[in-house]
Design a binder for this molecule. Structure first.
Ligand code: HXC
Length: 511
């Protein structure tokens, strides 16, 4: 039998939008949609589905623009020997835009991934809804969004942005768990041309939706990477902490790092001046296995640090106030950042570790008008509803509502530890004394001296971990150097935790 027709078709299919367009695209430093799939997956494991699908549109001369595969490569393969399903947009085919056939291919692999209980990876490089296909494109996107939501919390969904993505091509990633952007990628609802027409605003691609904008300003993206190679290595690393689906535990690896390792340096990491900053990132790296910490959303809302590490080989999600940015205060963005991360970890059975040094919520009109009450409540809600093993270490300040919010015992944390330097109180000594001793201070001869005396007294009475620990709110006061050992032993003691919640459709989080 002659298979030349099949071979010819396959060859043509590999050229996407044509030899010329593909070359032009590659000359800009891009891999093709196929090459991206092959780079993403373990060598030789990628299997394509639906290479011969084409669109059925006859409007606007589209019958002359039919391409095998319709501009998206879909299929499955292995990443570190674990099954994933994936799709990869081909920008050389009508700008990677999405029509009905394209959407049905994506939906097919999403359905398969959900049936198998494995991650869905999307490589996005698309101008959004294919304008010529009208409502069919919008319907196609809605079908994808609907599946994104159905899959949310069931299988991990990771989006990679590798080109100028617009419209629907950004909304689907926005529903997924993580977004990785290459430095040359863009994300926007509509591009600079439309912005100019509608709002008269002149803005460049970069300033409207460049990778830095979404990693620093909007918080839409989670990682920024130099190029496509780095993108896939970050993606692999990220997946290494995550189970294939919500019914599995995250993959524990064998660790060669001593579980009872003590870190002397932590005993002297806190500055004597309690208002001075220190490197919470260093605390995290000293505690986790082999100093290996994958920070998520590193450049946005830096007053909170989130990311993945391992404790004795068990993947954990870490949420830590960062005294080096805004003194580690909780504000609108940091609450949003931490909330989504806590929820992700809880969906996928990843234990949570909170490292707390928080002076409170950021005051002021900016925050109040922006709804800090609502955003702060989100974080409170997210921690409260999380049923994974939850541990907390208070290193220094845990003031006011922020003490409650940051994984306190009262909202369901399993083990809460404090360093001897911890100050757990309704507010800091100075602020507290100004309120409760105002009359004594103003009525005294030497107000400065009186204030100092009262502050000292308050600090001795309240700004320490022993009041909370005498009530059992703190399970133990530990030396900083013991932090790793105590976290590991307590994590192992509750790792099999099962927690029920009342039966309901879903709660009503203050989003
Ligand atoms: C049809 C499209 C297209 C689209 C690009 N193309 N976007 N065709 N539908 N949405 C085509 C172009 O006509 C061109 O075809 C080729 O793809 C490459 O596009 P260029 O503009 O030449 O590339 P570039 O200069 O790199 O700009 C890329 C771009 C720009 C920034 C993505 O094309 C753009 O702004 N496109 C429209 C983006 C947009 O507004 N999409 C929103 C759709 S609405 P030729 O034949 O010349 O090679 C939507 C709603 C979904 O998605 C629902 C959300 C809830």
């Amino acid at each position: 039998m002659d298979f030349s027709d099949l071979k010819e078709k396959r060859k043509k299919h590999l050229l996407g939008g044509g030899k010329e367009k593909q070359e032009e695209y590659k000359n800009k430093g891009n891999l093709t949609a196929f090459e991206r799939m092959n780079t993403l997956m373990d060598s030789g494991t990628f299997v394509e589905i639906d290479p011969f699908v084409t669109h059925k549109c006859y409007d606007f001369g589209m019958e002359k623009k039919r391409t095998l595969g319709d501009g998206v490569v879909t299929g499955y393969g292995m990443i570190d020997s674990r099954l994933v399903y994936a799709f990869s947009h081909d920008f050389t085919v009508i700008g990677g835009s999405l029509g009905a056939a394209f959407a049905s291919k994506v939906c097919k692999i999403m359905d398969l991934a959900l049936k198998q209980g494995v991650p869905i990876i999307g490589i996005n490089d698309s101008g959004g809804a294919r304008i010529q296909e009208g409502v069919e494109s919008l319907a196609g996107y809605a079908e994808i969004f609907h599946r994104n939501v159905k899959a949310s919390g069931v299988v991990p969904q990771i989006s990679v942005i590798m080109g100028p993505c617009a419209g629907g091509a950004v909304y689907s990633p926005a529903i997924t768990d993580f977004i990785i952007m290459t430095k040359s990628a863009y994300m926007f609802v509509t591009g600079p041309d439309v912005v100019r027409q509608v709002t008269n605003e002149n803005v460049s691609f970069e300033d409207l939706g460049g990778a830095w904008v979404h990693n620093q300003k909007s918080g839409v993206a989670h990682f920024i990477v130099e190029d496509e190679q780095e993108c896939f290595s970050v993606l692999r690393k990220l997946l290494s902490f995550i189970p294939l689906n919500n019914l599995e535990n995250p993959p524990r690896v064998s660790s060669d790092d001593d579980p009872v390792r003590e870190e002397e340096e932590l005993n002297s990491i806190l500055p004597t001046n309690t208002n001075k900053a220190y490197d919470m990132g260093l605390v995290i790296r000293k505690v986790v296995d082999n100093r290996d910490f994958l920070e998520v959303q590193r450049f946005w809302a830096r007053n909170i640090i989130i990311g993945f590490g391992r404790l004795d080989g068990i993947p954990v999600g870490i949420i830590a106030n960062n005294p080096e940015a805004l003194a580690g205060v909780l504000d609108i963005d940091s609450c949003d950042k931490a909330t989504r991360f806590v929820r992700f970890c809880d969906c996928f059975n990843i234990p949570l570790i909170a490292l707390v040094d928080v002076p409170g919520f950021l005051p002021g009109t900016n925050q109040e008008w922006g709804g800090i009450i609502r955003h702060g409540a989100k974080l409170l809600y997210a921690f409260s509803e999380a049923t994974v093993p939850r541990l907390t270490v208070i290193t220094r300040k845990a003031y006011g509502g922020a003490y409650d919010v940051m994984n306190s015992k009262h909202i369901g944390a399993d083990y809460n530890f404090a360093w001897p330097s911890a100050e757990i109180a309704v507010m800091g000594p100075e602020g507290a004394c100004n309120i409760i001793f105002r009359k004594e201070i103003t009525g005294s001869k030497d107000t400065q001296k009186k204030r100092e005396e009262l502050v000292k007294d308050y600090r001795t009475k309240f700004a320490n971990p022993y009041v909370a620990s005498s009530k059992g709110y703190i399970d133990d006061v530990i030396e900083p150097k013991e932090t790793r050992a105590r976290l590991i032993s307590s994590l192992i003691s509750i790792y099999r935790k099962r927690a029920d919640r009342p039966k309901r459709k879903h709660g009503n989080m203050p989003v």
